[in-house]
Structure formats: structure tokens, C-alpha cells
Design a protein around this ligand. Structure first.
Ligand SMILES: Nc1ccn([C@@H]2O[C@H](COP(=O)(O)OP(=O)(O)OP(=O)(O)O)[C@@H](O)[C@H]2O)c(=O)n1
Ligand SMILES: C[C@](O)(CO)[C@H](O)COP(=O)(O)O
Length: 229
């Protein structure tokens, strides 16, 4: 099995509120995107990557690729307004010789090679797979006035992470269907579910959290400092 990883790195980082998109911020002394590319490249099944950059920032992304230790073929393309637009742009740069793609967030630099591999292998077995974690807190449904309505059964809930792995052709079909039906989704699994594709689950680690807010960035700094020390 050989996998082409589509790295979604075209977001604007509204919740981070920094002076530049978070994927270009220095964390642990290097751009966040560099850590993520190297984490993906550490999985032997990943044999190429497509980095989806904010439109107009392709050169910055290319410079980060060049400054990383990644020795795989890497293409850089411009993304779109929504995550699914960016993934679609990335997918269009993946040639038909690639049967399998793994979509991964640039904002998840701590993904483990073993978890990427397990997600890819489950996808090969069942058609598609997503990495995620169980819910570790009690989950409440709340009404618009801020009062608790009920406590949900969390035993069947999954916090979806990336990578999310499937056949190139299935993702293309799911994205095209979403476009035709005006469906918006925050991850690939939701698009695949909508076309009836079963999606298996690999339970991974909370270390693979998505750097979303300034608090997350502080946690990431501490984790990189531990790794270096
Ligand atoms: N149009 C978009 C939106 C998001 N992403 C990517 O998808 C990943 C997960 O998205 P998120 O963390 O929500 O990033 P942003 O969209 O940048 O953040 P925010 O929602 O706070 O603006 C990120 O690596 C981000 O760069 C993307 O490639 N293209
Ligand atoms: C794909 C994702 O990382 C899974 O958790 C997530 O959905 C990305 O976007 P979000 O807007 O932060 O939900």
C-alpha cells in the first residue's frame, strides 16, 4: 500500500488570531507545518505529499517544505475558502496512479507514525478509516439559554482527528456529490458517510490534538520542549 498525504494547510486561523496563519508560526523553534510534514513522512506507507497552502502563500509553504527533512516528492497547491475546497484542490494534484490518499491537518504535528499506519491499514481493509479518540469528559446538550437539556451517552461518540484515509476515487466522488448537493462538512469522513462509504475507526492518542487556539499553541510549545529536553 502506498499513500499520498494531502496536507490541509490553507486555513486562515481565525481562532488563533495570530499575525499569520498558524501553520506558518514558529513552534518548538520551527514552522508548525515543517513538524507536521516530518511526522507524516515518518510513516513508511506515506510516499508523497500534496501541501495545500493559502492562495498567494504557496512560496512560503514551498520554502518550509525545502527547509524540512522530508525527502519525498511534495507538491504545493493553492487551497480554497472552505476546508473541503482545499481538500478538493489537493486531490486534483494527486495523480491517478495513487489509489490511496490520507488527508491530514497541518495543525496536527504530533501524529504518531504507528497511528498513521494503523489508519491506512484499516482503510485498506474496510474502504476508509479515521483516526480519533474516545470522549474523556461528560457531554451535555445545552439549550440556547445556556441551560443543560440532557447528558449524552458518550460511549458511542468519537472525537475525529486526522489522518482520514480512503481511496482517491471515493474521495473524488464524495467531494463532487457534496458540491452538487450543497453539502458542507468539516471532515472527509462526513463526506464519505454521505455517499454511503463505511468509515472504520482507529482509536489513537490525545497527543494528536489540533492546534486551534493560543492555549493549544502553549501546550504544543511545552510538548516540543519536553521532546527536546
Ligand atoms: N479553507 C481551509 C480551512 C482549513 N484548512 C486546514 O484544515 C485544518 C484544520 O482546520 P482548522 O484548525 O479549523 O484551521 P483554520 O480553518 O485555519 O482555523 P479557524 O477555523 O480558526 O479559522 C488546518 O490545518 C487548516 O489549515 C484548509 O486547508 N483550508
Ligand atoms: C478534520 C478535523 O480536524 C477533525 O477534527 C476538524 O473537523 C477540522 O476542522 P474544525 O473546523 O476545527 O472542526
Amino acid at each position: 500500500m502506498k499513500v499520498n498525504a494531502i496536507v490541509a494547510a490553507a486555513g486562515v486561523s481565525r481562532r488563533m488570531g495570530a499575525e499569520m496563519p498558524k501553520q506558518f508560526l514558529e513552534v518548538g523553534g520551527r514552522p508548525l507545518l515543517a513538524w507536521t510534514l516530518e511526522a507524516l513522512a515518518s510513516c513508511p506507507l506515506v510516499e508523497a505529499m500534496v501541501v495545500v497552502a493559502p492562495p498567494g502563500e504557496e512560496a512560503s509553504a514551498q520554502a518550509i517544505v525545502g527547509g524540512s527533512s522530508v525527502a519525498l516528492p511534495v507538491w504545493v497547491v493553492a487551497g480554497g475558502t472552505r476546508r473541503q475546497d482545499s481538500v478538493r484542490a489537493g486531490l486534483s494534484a494527486v495523480g491517478p496512479e495513487w489509489e490511496w490518499v490520507a488527508v491530514h491537518d497541518a495543525a496536527r504535528p504530533f501524529v504518531a507514525a504507528a497511528d498513521i499506519e494503523a489508519t491506512c491499514l484499516l482503510a485498506r481493509e474496510v474502504g476508509a478509516a479515521v483516526l480519533g479518540t474516545a470522549v474523556h469528559d461528560t457531554v451535555k446538550e445545552v439549550d440556547e439559554d445556556g441551560f443543560v437539556v440532557r447528558t449524552l451517552d458518550r460511549s458511542r461518540l468519537l472525537l475525529a482527528q486526522t489522518p482520514q484515509v480512503c481511496r482517491r476515487a471515493d474521495l473524488e466522488r464524495a467531494l463532487a456529490r457534496a458540491e452538487a448537493q450543497g453539502l458542507e462538512a468539516t471532515d472527509e469522513a462526513a463526506l464519505l458517510e454521505a455517499v454511503g462509504q463505511p468509515v472504520g475507526v482507529v482509536l489513537g492518542s490525545r497527543r494528536n490534538f489540533k492546534i486551534t487556539t493560543p492555549d493549544d499553541l502553549a501546550v504544543a510549545e511545552a510538548m516540543f520542549a519536553c521532546r527536546a529536553g
